[in-house]
Design a binder for this molecule. Structure first.
Ligand SMILES: [Zn+2]
Length: 302
């Protein structure tokens, strides 16, 4: 486990006294395992696939959700800001024209540079989306205490504080350390019995888990799986329907795994492999099908 020093005076939260974690929030991942199924490439080039993604509108997204031949990949990167990984990922996403979401941690804004990096991502919307991973990353990974009924107000305030600090506009949260879902009253995953989930759900928050994870090495902090391995896995899950929503994969990874050039190349290759399939579209997590349908029913989009 790496550690970072705490910046003083960043927050009014009183329970933070230690050093900053970088433990993966996915240690209890229940996503599908790797598969040997090959990528089904098509005749279209990555460039043409990229163009089709760029030209997408909300209207077409609604139509695509009704057409099961379309597949969606939600890249969700946790624990930022953690440069240079955060900066590298943002650059690759923008370079390749794919949408992605950053579940950010206010406690990691250690300096002005990191604050400006988060400001940039916030301004990148609708290409990139800033969403809420809590201020303290569950009291610096003290999961049992953070999710206990006795800590519900502290935990709730941790998410609300992060929302204000990072000027997060969507009521979308990912729980640190646990794969849990709460979407429009449908609660599932590891923390379904915890009062915090139900409180957030009653307040209109959507808690987003994940279908699969691109893990990092605990020794090197580099991605464990190769680009091809991950792309094959995503395609296999899209084909099998082994995801929360058939035809959509929510992929979890972490900014910090992409600090070095080899990892950045791997991220680029992974995306390009998926872009070679014109059925696959990248979206920000606020357009995850269930959330998209909620917003549509409220009349905020078509
Ligand atoms: Zn995390």
């Amino acid at each position: 486990m790496k550690s970072f020093p705490i910046i003083a005076g960043l927050s009014g939260l009183i329970f933070i006294t230690g050093i900053l974690f970088v433990v993966s929030c996915s240690s209890r991942n229940t996503g599908a395992q790797n598969t040997s199924r090959e990528i089904q490439k098509n005749q279209n080039s990555p460039e043409s696939a990229k163009d089709s993604v760029k030209s997408k509108t909300i209207d077409s997204l609604t139509q695509w959700y009704e057409d099961t031949s379309h597949h969606f990949v939600f890249l969700t990167w946790d624990d930022g800001p953690q440069p240079p990984g955060t900066r590298n990922c943002r650059k690759v996403f923008k370079e390749l024209g794919v949408k992605a979401s950053f579940f950010a941690v206010g406690f990691n804004i250690l300096n002005k540079e990191r604050e400006l990096l988060m400001d940039s991502i916030r301004r990148d919307y609708p290409a990139l989306l800033l969403v809420n991973h809590g201020f303290s990353h569950a009291m610096n990974n003290r999961y049992q205490k953070f999710y206990s009924p006795a800590s519900i107000d502290t935990a709730l305030n941790d998410f609300l504080h992060n929302e204000r600090l990072m000027q997060i506009t969507e009521k979308i949260i990912r729980f640190p350390g646990h794969n849990t879902w709460a979407v429009n009253g449908m609660i599932s995953g590891q923390l379904t019995k915890k009062p915090l989930v139900h409180r957030l759900d009653s307040m209109g928050y959507q808690v987003i888990g994940w279908d699969t994870e691109w893990r990092g090495s605990s020794k090197t902090n580099a991605p464990r799986e190769s680009a091809t391995e991950m792309a094959n896995r995503v395609v296999a899950q899209l084909s099998s329907g082994d995801t929360r929503v058939p035809g959509a994969v929510v992929l979890l990874s972490h900014d910090r795994y992409f600090a070095h050039a080899d990892a950045v190349d791997s991220l680029r290759t992974f995306i390009q492999l998926l872009q070679a399939d014109p059925r696959i579209h990248f979206e920000t997590i606020d357009h995850f099908r269930e959330l998209h349908q909620i917003r549509r029913s409220k009349g905020t989009i078509n």
